[in-house]
Ligand binder design. Structure first.
Ligand code: URA
Length: 269
């Protein structure tokens, strides 16, 4: 009985540890951390002897932010299509977020569009589907965009991070820095004329401007692509924030109208 109590305590402590680490759901019978020493790190043998693919918890490279940024930059130099870039991101080992994510969430929508929407990071639904903005935030965003006659066939959408931070925690600056070269290349390859940037993390990192999203939203910025051309970038609230703070929806709506007005004045959209 005493042993059983101890075991229960251990199990409870382990669960508490998982919750603290941001784990919200299980996706395999064997935790990734339980990797038998005798087996290759990429393969775990479950109790029923069915191999379960697992990822090592961290790598040295993931901790070496400067080196990982350099690797990402170098990789991007040789990439000339979105398919190549997607493959490079999927194979990149320099960001620890990849270890805990189920899928790489690269981009969705029309890659030939002149309008590109950029969010922060995939949530649980996006991580499962491998597609950005398919959960509640995405549904709200879809409604806002369809109100100005834009659906996903008419714009391209992605995030500053292609992997879900555990428990939807705020991305670390180092994670953003390592993934930024890929996003900048993604923007170059889509070559939009307009960027709609949602949330403070995306606005601060991509535009290189400080300040809260409350201050930045509603303003147009110039984003210089690697071909030297400018994309006009409008910052706005993130739809996840609007779900938590519906009182701010009118300001976000004003931003969406600002975007619509700009597109109409450019006439060819
Ligand atoms: N929030 C984001 O920033 N991106 C998504 O894809 C989903 C939610």
């Amino acid at each position: 009985m005493r042993i059983l109590e101890n075991k229960m305590m251990d199990a409870k402590q382990i669960l508490e540890w998982y919750i603290l680490a941001g784990v919200e759901e299980t996706c395999a019978e064997v935790p990734f951390a339980q990797i038998p020493k005798s087996v290759h790190p990429s393969v775990v043998q479950s109790s029923s002897a069915t191999p379960v693919i697992a990822r090592p918890a961290t790598t040295g490279l993931a901790q070496n932010v400067g080196g990982a940024c350099q690797t990402a930059n170098d990789l991007c130099l040789g990439i000339n299509s979105l398919d190549e870039l997607k493959a490079a991101v999927e194979n990149f080992e320099g960001c620890a977020l990849k270890m805990t994510a189920s899928n790489t969430v690269f981009g969705d929508g029309n890659p030939h569009s002149k309008i590109m929407l950029i969010g922060e990071a995939p949530g649980a639904d996006e991580d499962r589907a491998g597609v950005p903005f398919v959960g509640r935030s995405g549904q709200l965003l879809d409604k806002m965009m369809s109100a100005i006659s834009l659906d996903r066939n008419l714009y391209y959408i992605c995030n500053i991070l292609p992997w879900r931070p555990p428990g939807n925690r705020t991305p670390l600056d180092s994670e953003i820095a390592v993934c930024l070269p890929f996003l900048r290349r993604q923007i170059d390859l889509v070559d939009p004329d307009y960027l709609f940037i949602m949330g403070g993390a995306a606005a601060n990192s991509l535009l290189g401007v400080a300040g809260t999203i409350s201050k930045l939203r509603g303003h147009w910025f110039d984003y210089t692509k690697s071909n030297g051309k400018i994309a006009k970038a409008l910052a706005s609230f993130h739809p996840a924030y609007l779900l938590r703070t519906p009182g701010q929806k009118s300001k976000a709506w004003a931003d969406v109208l600002r975007l619509s007005k700009e597109l109409k004045s450019a006439q060819n959209y």
